[in-house]
Ligand binder design. Structure first.
Ligand SMILES: [Fe+2]
Ligand SMILES: [Fe+2]
Length: 169
């Protein structure tokens, strides 16, 4: 999950770069938004947020960590917010895109920071067998959603390529 969070932070940075380009009236080709949509919808939502909501959060709730109920509820709400922002980024006018890029970039930055601190707390109380159980749950979900394992690498390459393209706009 940590490597996925680092890719989310890279994506958040990419969104910020794009917002800057739109602000200085650079033309972003239509196909670019489609490619970005794959990162936002398939990597962030369908892989990462789904792993958290379907596998990790239910397990964390069992641990009864301090403030876990409200935290998890907020995390889930933020996932839904990110989904709406992703729609606006892909389909909105340039002005809507600019706002959504800014909001999503800030949202994901805050979100990942808060999750990291909550997850590292959880890590200290999870047993090895519970960690193994989570790992297997993540794999099962990935296989079901994408038909194979190891999809993170492809997403990571996509973000890298998009970041390079965005800087050159
Ligand atoms: Fe999350
Ligand atoms: Fe996360």
């Amino acid at each position: 999950m940590i490597s996925e969070h680092s890719l989310i932070l890279q994506t958040s940075n990419l969104l910020k770069v794009l917002a800057g380009k739109l602000e200085s009236s650079r033309q972003v080709p239509e196909g670019f938004w489609k490619e970005l949509g794959i990162v936002l919808d398939d990597f962030e939502a369908k892989l990462h947020h789904a792993k958290e909501e379907m596998v990790l959060f239910p397990k964390l709730k069992e641990l009864h960590l301090q403030g876990d109920g409200e935290l998890v509820e907020e995390f889930v709400k933020e996932h839904a917010e990110a989904k709406l922002l992703s729609r606006k980024i892909q389909e909105g006018s340039n002005e809507e895109r600019l706002n959504a890029l800014r909001q999503d970039s800030d949202l994901m930055l805050r979100h990942v920071r808060r999750e990291n601190s909550f997850f590292s707390q959880a890590q200290t109380v999870l047993s090895d067998s519970e960690k193994q159980e989570l790992f297997e749950g993540f794999q099962e979900l990935e296989k079901k959603a994408f038909g194979s394992l190891g999809v993170l690498k492809g997403f990571s390459e996509r973000v890298k390529a998009l970041s390079e393209k965005a800087s050159a706009l």
